[in-house]
Ligand binder design. Structure first.
Ligand SMILES: NC(=O)c1ccc[n+]([C@@H]2O[C@H](COP(=O)([O-])OP(=O)(O)OC[C@H]3O[C@@H](n4cnc5c(N)ncnc54)[C@H](OP(=O)(O)O)[C@@H]3O)[C@@H](O)[C@H]2O)c1
Length: 324
């Protein structure tokens, strides 16, 4: 872990961008495995990887040109079909990207570097929801295709761990921050509010505001991933969360309060995800705290400030909000 580049799949995505920034600030070398189109845009060594194609590759065929990258010190696997609606619409693709392709890719990496520490990024959505903070040894019960395929990916990772490879599964709960895609709840609110602000006022249609989630700033989440790398092998699964639940509606109120124009929030049944959307998902951060010696804290006020500022910039730059 101390030498070699940190290889990142999904390095062009939301968390991937923050992870690259974090590594650059620490002066640590990084390398990216992303889909072909994304390769040119990244300022780190890069090689193409498409997990859907990897899943369908002939047995024994390589799925990526790993020799094109600098020698790895660790691998952080972020790549996924990460939006629950995309997974619901295309369950077969979700399974290929989130589980089958992962198996093919990890096998190729471990064949060449059997001791490579791997951090597999799963999700807190795999748990059976409940009113108490969810701990790693508690029951899992995916309620949607996204969570089911994440759990299948975990099984791939943990199977390799059982074969003696250093693999750690992390279960991050919700994270957000500047740069997150418009279709996720908080950036969707912030972007549409920034547009309402630019138009002098308006209505904001919303879905389920009652859901309780354990939010962290994405900056804290990627920091936790890096700080966990020396602990890969120490345990099998660890939550990345704060342990504090907050109602989505409360965060929306904070964003509305920051909007410099009148806003009418209206219920829109078209924005509800029904039973597939868990009511309460709060993680137990005790194991994370034991490993890192600290539990990441959630600071909603500064997060909401950052989200609104980012949204104003994006709206001013003409971002398409069709999916917000
Ligand atoms: N954000 C959260 O609240 C949250 C919570 C729990 C877990 N997670 C997990 O954290 C990880 C990072 O999430 P994120 O928020 O950064 O999502 P994101 O922005 O959607 O990033 C996912 C990345 O995966 C890549 N990807 C998608 N399909 C691929 C394929 N077929 N082959 C190779 N790469 C592919 C995407 O590349 P393209 O840009 O080319 O599509 C994208 O860069 C994901 O595993 C997600 O499930 C996120």
């Amino acid at each position: 872990v101390t030498s070699g580049a940190v290889w990142i799949t999904g390095a062009g995505g939301f968390a991937g961008g923050w992870l690259r920034k974090c590594l650059a600030a620490a002066g640590r070398p990084a390398a990216a495995l992303v889909r072909k189109q994304a390769c040119e845009r990244l300022a780190v060594p890069c090689t193409p990887l498409d997990l859907a194609q990897a899943a369908l590759a002939a047995p024994g065929d390589p799925v990526a040109d790993l020799e094109a990258l600098p020698e790895p010190g660790a691998l952080i696997h972020l790549a996924a079909l990460s939006h629950p609606s995309d997974c619901e619409r295309n369950p077969q693709r979700a399974r290929l990207v989130n589980a089958v392709g992962v198996a093919r890719f990890f096998e190729q990496c471990l064949q060449r570097w059997p001791e490579l520490p791997i951090l597999f990024v799963s999700s807190g959505q795999v748990y059976r929801q409940g009113p108490d903070p969810l701990a790693e040894d508690g029951p899992v019960e995916p309620r949607n295709v996204y969570a089911a395929t994440k759990l299948q990916g975990e099984a791939v990772a943990l199977g390799l761990r059982e074969r003696g490879h250093p693999v750690l599964v992390v279960r991050p709960f919700n994270h957000t921050g500047p740069g997150q895609a418009a279709r996720f709840a908080l950036p969707s609110f912030a972007l549409r509010l920034a547009r309402i602000e630019s138009e002098g006022g308006g209505r904001l249609p919303v879905g389920n505001l009652a859901a309780v989630r354990d939010f962290l700033h994405v900056r804290e989440v990627v920091r936790a991933y890096l700080d966990l790398l020396p602990h890969v092998g120490a345990t099998d699964v660890v939550n990345v969360c704060s342990g504090d639940g907050v109602r989505i509606g409360k965060l929306l109120e904070g964003l509305v309060a920051r909007t410099r124009a009148p806003v009418e929030v209206i219920a829109d049944s078209g924005r509800l995800r029904g039973g597939q959307d868990p009511g309460c998902l709060v993680g137990d951060p005790a194991r994370l705290g034991r490993l890192l010696g600290r539990v990441p804290a959630f600071d909603p006020e500064s997060l909401l400030d950052e989200l609104m500022e980012d949204a104003r910039r994006r709206v001013a730059a003409g971002e398409d909000l069709a999916r917000a």
